[in-house]
Design a binder for this molecule. Structure first.
Ligand code: ADP
Ligand code: MG
Ligand code: MG
Length: 432
């Protein structure tokens, strides 16, 4: 039964609700609604001018309505008088086709028609930097190989444990926190769940991490590559697909425990990889993380090629364990809803069309990639990825009018970037 928010507000001491939606570029937009008005907001939605956000709408359009999903309620652990509510988008009485959460829900329903349910866990790497954003905040965090640095982790004990305590309280089952491979970089892991639950938690995690960092005088960033010589922030997604409570990716008779259905799902991701990048690696800056030169730590840990492997972190897809795989392409800028939707759309296409993922490559792709013929490279920049998305039948069919809307907004962004004159151009072209 759906939660009655007015009653929940009284019982839990919630004074305000943050009715929140995520736009095409992943930005969270919200209205703060007093508890006394939440019943009518649930019925009628909270009104927004869609054009004012990244949704490809016009200033002449009717009101965009954000209709909260009571089942997604999360009480802010650092401000319990506020309840966050993820919302679905409605306009003129119809669901907004390009709304990211709407798309994911549509695809989850589509999978359910085949009796399938996707479960995922995400690893949202982030940096703790100075408020002005110019460098990692911890001046003592300078090691060349800073991964798992115990002292640097413990110098951030107050922030990390405040976030982890919050996740414990929310019942997300967090199980580990660490310092990652770049100076100032961290990762916090919680348990996997249904794709929509993970997407809502992913969106909330980004908001929570930024908010709690700010409380501690720091800034948290999920930017894919904030520092050129350091490892960037990925957002790996671990994926399994279930039917009637059974993991259909699990097959003990396979050498590495992956079923035929799992290989077909992977085949789907491989088939659409360059188009997927436009969604999972959505920014100009995303392409400084993939295909990147070696970082000072010794490896970028990001993929360069459309390949899969067993338990080896140098490929786009890793199968660490039977019954699941890790999709390593996505980065910190990925929209939490579109990330899940893109994986599900490409994977379902793979299962339905029995796509062949090709040969598993058990080599160090960073050093020995050149020894294999016919390996496909990931897109080198945002424009190449956008063009691939434009051509991709699988994602155009699954995402509908989202694709032209998204490409239009992204083309504007690309043009704005191209109008930017860089120091590199001046240094290398003034004397041409
Ligand atoms: P690694 O750093 O080795 O990639 P992490 O422990 O950081 O792995 O993250 C693993 C993620 O995978 C977690 O969110 C975990 O809950 C999730 N996971 C584990 N098993 C499955 C599964 N069967 N299906 C989907 N996600 C899974
Ligand atoms: Mg991890
Ligand atoms: Mg990982």
């Amino acid at each position: 039964m759906t939660l009655d928010l007015e009653t929940a507000a009284k019982e839990r001491g919630i004074k305000y609700f943050l009715v929140s939606y995520t736009d095409l570029f992943g930005t969270q937009r919200a209205k703060l609604v007093p508890a006394a008005a939440i019943r009518s907001t649930c019925k009628n939605g909270a009104g927004f001018a869609g054009f004012a956000t990244w949704l490809d709408m016009s200033p002449a359009d009717a009101d965009l309505l954000a209709v909260p999903d009571p089942d997604g309620l999360i009480q802010l652990p650092w401000k319990p008088e506020v309840g966050w509510l993820p919302a679905d988008l409605v306009m003129d009485g119809k669901p907004v086709e390009q709304g990211p959460r709407n798309i994911l829900k549509r695809l989850i329903k589509d999978a359910a028609r085949d009796g399938l349910q996707m479960k995922t866990g995400v690893e949202c790497e982030f940096f703790l930097i100075t408020p002005c954003g110019s460098e990692p905040a911890d001046m003592a965090d300078k090691q060349m190989k800073p991964c798992y640095d115990q002292s640097a982790l413990m110098r951030r004990y107050d922030v990390i444990t405040e976030i982890c305590d919050a996740m414990l309280g929310l019942g997300w089952k967090p199980y580990q926190n660490d310092h990652e491979d770049a100076n100032g970089q961290f990762e916090m892991n919680w348990d996997y769940d249904d794709a929509l639950i993970t997407a809502d938690r992913h969106a909330f995690f980004k908001y929570m991490t930024r908010s709690i960092a700010e409380k501690h005088g720091l800034r948290a960033t999920f930017m894919p590559k904030p520092f050129m010589d350091l490892t960037g922030s990925g957002c790996h997604a671990h994926v399994s697909v279930w039917r009637d409570g059974r993991n259909v990716f699990s097959d003990a008779s396979d050498e590495i425990g992956m079923s035929e259905a799992g290989y077909h799902f992977i085949g789907g991701l491989i088939h659409s990889a360059d188009a997927l990048a436009a969604i999972t690696n959505p920014c100009v800056n995303s392409y400084k993380r993939i295909n990147a030169p070696r970082t000072t730590s010794g490896a970028t840990w990001a993929p360069n090629t459309v390949t899969y492997t067993g338990n080896n972190r140098t490929h786009m897809i890793r199968i660490p364990d039977g019954g699941r795989f890790e999709f390593r392409l996505a980065d910190g800028a990925a929209n939490p809803y579109l990330l899940q939707a893109a994986i599900l759309a490409a994977g379902l296409d793979g299962m339905r069309n029995r796509r062949d993922p090709g040969k598993r490559l058990d080599i160090n792709m960073y050093t020995d990639g050149h020894t294999v013929e016919g390996v496909k490279q990931l897109p080198l920049n945002m424009l190449d990825a956008m063009r691939a998305l434009d051509r991709c039948d699988v994602l155009n069919d699954a995402f509908g009018s989202f694709v032209p809307s998204y490409l239009k907004l992204k083309q504007d962004e690309w043009n704005a970037y191209c109008r930017h004159l860089t120091q590199w151009e001046r240094d290398n072209t003034l004397d041409c």
